[in-house]
Design a protein around this ligand. Structure first.
Ligand code: SF4
Ligand code: SF4
Ligand code: FES
Length: 226
């Protein structure tokens, strides 16, 4: 495959034709915020909208969906880009049960880590007004995992990894619009037969939306004893 030359933030970058702008930037050690991007996936999900960049002569695009083309000039830090990223981030946390200080995922949460990168202060409920007033119940119907819809950013990574590993997925999206969430129990007979409790869906989840039942029980015991 031929390679093309582009510029990202004035830095000359070479990338293989067809490479997505986001991947070309990350390979050149230029960070662009992202939460739903999966390098190995051929079809970008394009859901989080955090990866906006500005292309000279074209305007604003999501960098995980657009391939590089010869001579492309990309800017990752323009005022318009920063504004859009902040809006995208605020939308993600507007539906989130935001209480990082007491959240079991806080030390490895990608959503929380991005708060500093996009410069939106968000850690406690007081930092941000949550849009839906009611919290949805935890879904514990699955034999291995617990799903917290209040902390799901609908990035699709768990569905992707389950499909990749098993050739089919035991968890999938349900409902529409602001009611969209995961259905982790629709395929339970199939799951009980085939799921090896690999934990890959939990490992790839950027937030505390998915947890392994066994691990969360240990976390609960430790916090009760301290
Ligand atoms: S999932 Fe992340 S952003 Fe959400 S409350 Fe937990 S640590 Fe905070
Ligand atoms: S459960 Fe986690 S990995 Fe799955 S869609 Fe929600 S945030 Fe993404
Ligand atoms: S990383 Fe591009 S839309 Fe999520």
């Amino acid at each position: 495959m031929d390679s093309v030359e582009i510029k990202i933030d004035d830095k000359p970058v070479k990338a293989k034709e067809g490479t997505k702008i986001l991947q070309a930037a990350l390979d050149a050690e230029i960070y662009i915020p992202n939460l739903c991007y999966i390098p190995e996936s051929e079809l970008p999900f394009g859901g989080c909208r955090l990866c906006y960049v500005e292309i000279e002569g074209r305007g604003l695009v999501t960098s995980c969906t657009q391939p590089v083309t010869e001579g492309m000039v990309v800017k990752t830090q323009t005022p318009a880009v920063k504004r859009l990223r902040q809006t995208a981030y605020k939308l993600l946390i507007a539906y989130h049960d935001l209480d990082c200080p007491s959240c079991w995922k806080r030390k490895k949460c990608e959503l929380l880590r991005l708060s500093a990168k996009v410069k939106v202060k968000a850690k406690t409920p007081e930092d941000f007004r949550r849009l839906p007033t009611e919290f949805l119940p935890l879904d514990e119907t699955n034999p291995f995992i617990i799903y917290d819809p209040n902390r799901c950013i609908l990035c699709g990574k768990c569905v992707w990894v389950c499909t990749k590993r098993n050739g089919e997925t035991f968890i999938d999206f349900a409902y529409r619009g602001s009611n969209t969430r995961l259905n982790i129990s629709s395929n339970i007979p199939l799951m009980e037969e085939k799921c090896e409790d690999c934990g890959e869906c939990v490992a790839i989840c950027p937030t505390a939306a998915l947890g392994l039942k066994a691990e969360l029980a240990v976390v609960e015991k430790v916090s009760e004893s301290t």
